[in-house]
Design a protein around this ligand. Structure first.
Ligand code: CA
Length: 238
């Protein structure tokens, strides 16, 4: 997929910020649509089919959280990058738990936003040039062509970030991976965010792939360092 033709939906009620983001994204060649509130964003979504949605959390009417949840239900294949106000750490975590892929704290540098969008789109491009078709770890199976995930033969929907994360684990099975290594591989080189982003995504991924997320037998925590995927072979475990 060509970055240049990618579509970005900008959801932000403050006109000056919205215009600023749009101008910057248009300048590097993205096709941009704007929505000044959640209702409009949800109305535009199905028609515009954005590759990435830049979503402000503080919106009048339907909140950014609700919009994020609905986007995840309607279009699991789109990336969501949310905009939060400084010091709103709980917002950040809640947003990630509702399925956002990344966040930026206002005020932010537009070049950083563009860098993150590019990293997201690269994540998806990688899948399309990958020559391996299916990755397997015990009874977990990742179909790279159909972009589907199966656990014991049952399909489970993953967000693009969860998919990229699991793909990276499967390609490095049995290896202890440091948090920074994982962030660089999945979120892009020179990721500016903190490792909390990764921990929340791991938690969400565990909820989907583990039999018991609080006692994971696939994605193991490597204390003080990061995570390791190991192949769980016990098909009878529930
Ligand atoms: Ca706002």
């Amino acid at each position: 997929m060509n970055d240049i033709k990618s579509k970005i939906l900008v959801v932000e009620d403050e006109e000056s910020i919205r215009r600023f983001i749009t101008l910057n994204l248009s300048a590097v060649g993205y096709e941009v649509e704007e929505a000044e509130n959640g209702e409009k964003a949800l109305a535009v979504l199905g028609r515009f089919r954005p590759d990435v949605t830049v979503l402000d959390l503080m919106l009048p009417g339907i909140s950014g959280f609700e919009v994020c949840k609905r986007i995840r239900e309607m279009m699991p294949e789109t990336f969501v990058i949310m905009l939060t106000a400084k010091g709103q750490d709980t917002d950040k975590i809640l947003g990630l738990e509702l399925g956002a892929d990344d966040y930026m704290v206002k005020p932010f540098n537009p070049f950083e936003l563009i860098a993150r969008i590019k990293a997201m789109l690269r994540r998806r491009t990688h899948f399309q040039v990958d020559r391996r078709v299916v990755l397997q770890s015990g009874y977990l199976c990742l179909d790279l062509v159909a972009h589907k995930f199966f656990k014991k033969g049952v399909e489970i929907e993953l967000t693009p970030t969860e998919f990229a994360l699991l793909k990276m684990f499967m390609e490095n099975q049995g290896k202890a991976l440091k948090r920074n290594e994982i962030l660089n591989a999945v979120w892009g080189e020179n990721y500016f965010g903190d490792t909390k982003t990764l921990d929340v995504h791991i938690r969400r991924l565990r909820e989907k792939i583990e039999n018991n997320p609080s006692e994971p037998n696939h994605i193991k925590t490597v204390w003080g360092s990061g995570y390791r995927l190991q192949a769980a072979q016990d098909w009878s475990a529930t």
